[in-house]
Design a protein around this ligand. Structure first.
Ligand SMILES: Nc1ncnc2c1ncn2[C@@H]1O[C@H](COP(=O)(O)OP(=O)(O)O)[C@@H](O)[C@H]1O
Ligand SMILES: [Mg+2]
Length: 383
């Protein structure tokens, strides 16, 4: 092309020359005008992608020639066709994907609805009172887990139902005995046409008091269950607590000819609801005296470890058997039925103690040895 220019001193007529190559090319002059091109690729594309070589006459630039190599040509073809068909391909792929998804959903929902129907049917039957229903499913997937969860829920409901029934019977039993005694005494008085003696009066009065205690305790427990009892934790002076406890229990200690010993170590304050902690200690101390039988000394000791205050109440009474230890925190549990009745307990005291300590986010432990004594330890977290 340089020769052509040399011969003619211009580019005029170059388009009429025989094509020098079968590769796509573009020739432009100094002013960027396209003079000659071959192939059907758009000029701008050739200019952008092809190799440029500058054409010169006596070191003067006379134009630029862009020639595409076969590789560049192939890339162009691929890009071009991809551009043309891209939308079509994407649309087709989406359509295929969508139909596949729909088919999959249909298939899945079929396998899903079947076990769901089985489960709902079982729940419906259970609701209607059929407690023989077994929710377990002979499968190996999530439905097996649902079945197991339902089965364990069924078991829990059953346990709660049993507990409710035994609670009702316990309560009825607790109320029946004092009422029978009162009724008997009054009937006897009536039959004998006698006025009431002091002794009879006291006996009746004691039974009525017992009834009142039971009913109050029960009402209180139901409030605890309904979470209507709240605690307000604050810094409480331990000296204050011990002093008030002394005042409240003085007469019982006198009655039992027992002594109380406080050992605060270096604990000055505790984080607690004062009234509730006082009630806890009162319950533990009166238990130590009334149930300990041989108790002559009750020791209350406080100590801090890194994150809790530990208060222990130790007596030197008869102690608890390991059988008793398992149940003492349960409602209405009394170690020795006949003995406890005489001491006037309802078997509720320790369940209230435990509930209170749990409201404090603490815990309670008991250690005991028959014949040696018992220690109750409460742990109160220090914030
Ligand atoms: N310090 C103790 N020594 C021996 N037995 C105890 C002691 N404290 C509790 N118990 C046993 O635990 C039982 C439950 O106590 P509690 O819940 O306070 O009920 P209650 O005092 O009304 O009988 C008691 O009946 C008694 O048998
Ligand atoms: Mg008690």
């Amino acid at each position: 092309m340089e020769d052509y220019f040399k011969r003619n001193h211009s580019w005029e007529g170059i388009q009429n020359e025989e094509l020098p190559t079968d590769k796509p090319f573009v020739l432009i002059d100094r002013n960027q005008n396209v003079l000659w091109k071959s192939g059907d690729i758009v000029e701008q594309t050739v200019i952008k992608t092809a190799f440029p070589s500058s054409l010169k006459e006596d070191s003067q630039r006379i134009g630029m020639l862009y020639v595409m190599t076969p590789t560049q040509q192939q890339i162009y073809v691929v890009k071009n066709t991809w551009g043309q068909y891209m939308y079509g391909i994407i649309a087709l792929a989406s359509l295929l994907g969508l139909s596949f998804a729909i088919i999959l959903i249909l298939l899945l929902s079929r396998t899903l609805t079947k076990p769901i129907n089985i489960i709902t049917e079982k729940i419906r039957k259970y609701e209607q009172g059929d407690s023989t229903i077994n929710f377990q499913m002979k499968r190996n997937d999530e439905f097996k887990k649902i079945g197991e969860a339902l089965e364990s829920m069924k078991q829990n409901i059953k346990d709660a139902e049993t507990a409710r029934k035994s609670l009702v019977s316990d309560v009825a039993h607790e109320l029946k005995t004092p009422l029978m005694i009162i009724q008997g005494e009054i009937e006897l008085l009536h039959i004998q046409q006698k006025t009431i003696t002091n002794e009879k009066y006291e006996s009746i009065f004691n039974e009525i008091q017992r009834l009142t205690t039971i009913i109050n305790d029960l009402l209180y427990l139901s409030k605890l269950d309904a979470r209507q009892i709240e605690i307000i934790k604050e810094k409480v002076d331990l000296n204050d607590v011990f002093e008030q406890l002394m005042q409240k229990t003085q007469f019982i200690f006198k009655k039992h000819h027992a002594e109380i010993i406080f050992n605060k170590n270096d604990v000055k304050t505790i984080w607690a609801d004062k009234d509730k902690i006082l009630q806890v200690l009162f319950n533990l101390v009166t238990n130590a005296l009334t149930h300990g039988q041989t108790t002559s000394k009750v020791m209350i000791e406080a100590d801090n470890n890194q994150n809790e205050t530990i208060i222990s109440v130790t007596d030197n009474g008869v102690g608890l058997s390991s059988e008793d230890i398992q149940f003492i925190f349960e409602r209405f549990y009394r170690g020795d039925e006949s003995r406890s009745r005489q001491t006037g307990g309802t078997g509720i005291g320790l369940s209230i103690v435990k509930a209170y300590i749990e409201l404090h986010e603490g815990k309670i432990e008991v250690e005991s040895q028959v014949g040696t004594g018992t220690t109750f330890k409460i742990y109160l977290p220090i914030p």
